[in-house]
Design a protein around this ligand. Structure first.
Ligand code: HPA
Length: 282
């Protein structure tokens, strides 16, 4: 890896700092089912990913590719709308570029959102699941390769998803009148959906939901020392759990149906987070 490549997330963060004076400590990555958050955001600055040096361009339709500075309720936030997925062919350093940029910017807390298939038979399409833990079945690792200066080589993932932020998310769920599920997310590379045999195996291993994102970002964020929390919109029963076939349309339909709940959850989270971050020791 060249020096200029090593410097990229820092350069991107410096550009953001120049473009907006707001200094949020919370960043939110929007996945399918959560884009309606933007409707409640008081936008101070909207920046197309193309304007951020080194930032990968998303290629999936429905993922816009904009970074927002704004206020959710009283809480200043950075919102990333659109992410680079591993299945698009991006290497892991691209997939995690945004997170490394946010860490260099000075973000301390990261909320990741995604759409996922439900493996746990109690889950229904339209449910939301707070991640308690994950399994990385992507067949690659975001920390593999050249060690970036100042960062640990062997990162502890005993508590990838921060307990306090998770409690705040659970409180936000109550406030938004949602029955939030909790569970283990298994990340696969995609882009095909899984086979019923794979889903049976994942169920036996203890996974509750399956998806194609979030885990690389969570791991990179932990290496950077960020507190992380994550929530899935369960858009469909995973392969073989329901009768029919899986489709991206079904995923988008469910995401559309529950978009107001997803947005209410994230907005309340930002509110409770704001109160908590004022109280917590630095
Ligand atoms: N599998 C993997 N990723 C997904 C699914 C699924 O069933 N639904 C939404 N994202």
């Amino acid at each position: 890896m060249t020096m200029s490549k090593l410097a990229l997330p820092q350069a991107a963060a410096a550009k953001l700092q120049k473009l907006c004076p707001l200094r949020p400590t919370l960043a939110i990555v929007l996945g399918s089912g959560f884009h309606h958050v933007l409707a409640g955001l008081r936008v101070e600055k909207k920046i197309n990913y193309a304007k951020i040096p080194g930032f990968p361009q998303p290629t999936v339709s429905g993922h816009a590719g904009e970074l927002y500075f704004g206020q959710l309720g009283q809480t200043p936030v950075i919102v990333l709308s659109g992410r680079a997925h591993f299945y698009e062919g991006h290497a892991m350093d691209r997939v995690t570029f945004g997170v490394r940029m946010l860490a260099a910017f000075g973000i301390t807390d990261l909320l990741l959102t995604n759409a996922a298939g439900g493996i746990n038979r109690k889950f229904r399409a339209g449910d939301f699941m707070v991640l308690t833990d994950h399994m990385n079945f992507m067949g690659d690792h975001p920390l593999r390769g050249v060690l970036l200066p100042g960062l640990p080589r062997f990162v502890d993932l005993t508590e990838t998803y921060d307990k306090q932020l998770r409690q705040i998310l659970m409180r936000a769920g109550k406030r938004a009148r949602l029955k939030l599920r909790e569970g283990v997310y298994i990340a696969v590379s995609g882009p095909s959906y899984e086979t019923p045999a794979e889903i049976r195996a994942f169920a036996a291993l203890g996974a509750d939901a399956v998806g194609m994102s979030t885990v690389p970002e969570a791991i990179a964020a932990r290496q950077c020392g960020l507190r992380v929390t994550a929530v899935s919109c369960i858009t469909n029963p995973a392969a073989g759990i329901s009768q029919g076939q899986l489709s991206h349309e079904e995923v988008l339909e469910t995401a559309e149906r529950v978009k107001k709940s997803g947005a209410a959850l994230i907005e309340s989270f930002a509110g409770f987070y704001g109160e908590w971050s004022l109280r917590k020791p630095a």
